[in-house]
Design a protein around this ligand. Sequence first.
Ligand code: TXA
Ligand code: MG
Length: 321
Amino acid sequence: MAAIGKDIWRAKKVLDAGKLVAIPTETVYGLAGNALNPVAVASIFETKNRPSFDPLIIHVASFLEVENYVVDIPTALSRLAEQFWPGPLTLLLPRKNNIPDIVTSGLDRVAVRVPDHPLTLELLAQVDFPLAAPSANPFGYISPTSPQHVDAQLGEKISYILDGGKCKVGLESTIVGMEGDEIVVYRLGGLEISEVERIVGQVKLQSHSSSNPQAPGLLESHYAPSKTFLLGDLETLIAEHQRQGIDFAVLSLAQTFPEIPMNNQLLLSPRADLKEAATHLFSAMRSLDESNATVILAELMPDKGLGKAINDRLRRAATKR
Ligand code: TXA
Ligand code: MG
């Protein structure tokens, strides 16, 4: 088990020594190390069991700091930064050479964001380097939204978890970059597309593909529980599993099923609020994964607002049948 606490100086000491600390953000917890130290960054990959072709986001304390690490910020993207930082937005920007290759997997662009959490902003202000931080989960598993989630999976491998409570957004950041004059969204996330479009006009959604290492969140199977996780019409799935006598648990937005024990049902938001659903998604998937059921049955959200990003995560979590 790792120590869990709010001691920024302790976190700084660990990071200064080239070791890793789990940090809270508004989206999910990150597994952070000194982004300018290739050895520290290598240990992030090792701790997560993450393939080294999957690049990392660097976290900085303010927009002003970004220019230390990038050669140019296109006007459209700087308008997004001004509007939404600190917040669940990551920008892909042409990097300077001080960013080690291992951070970007050798790509020309580096992913940058200013996270919206007071403890982590304070920590970033105290250290002399940006923090490279992927979500603090073993590669391919569900992202952590509480210190306990981090501890359960990585507690043996790291010494300190900075405790910032539960994440208030609950989905990873939205990743945006430019290709020529076009603004491209590479990962749906905690910042809604409509918010991005309100500032910069229409964007292109780059479909995720497992064969294109330029596209983030690239691996199709991701955010995945260890149990069988089936996505579809709940009435149909429930009937099918009842017929076969298989133990199941149900994950729905707001609907309850009277014939199923309450212990085996989780609602993401009883009032069908998609923001609330987003904050509960990963912890709900975890607790169902730890339940006695053999199979988890889930439904897609309405395809609007944060529902789009939630559906992206649900589809990647789903067991391919
Ligand atoms: O909300 C978040 O973004 C969280 C918190 C901790 O900040 N971080 C996070 O990191 O979700 P991670 O590593 O789990 O996901 C980062 C995604 C990956 O899919 C990666 O492929 C993509 O960002 N990415 C990072 N750098 C990139 C680059 N230079 N070019 C293209 N994609 C990049
Ligand atoms: Mg991740």
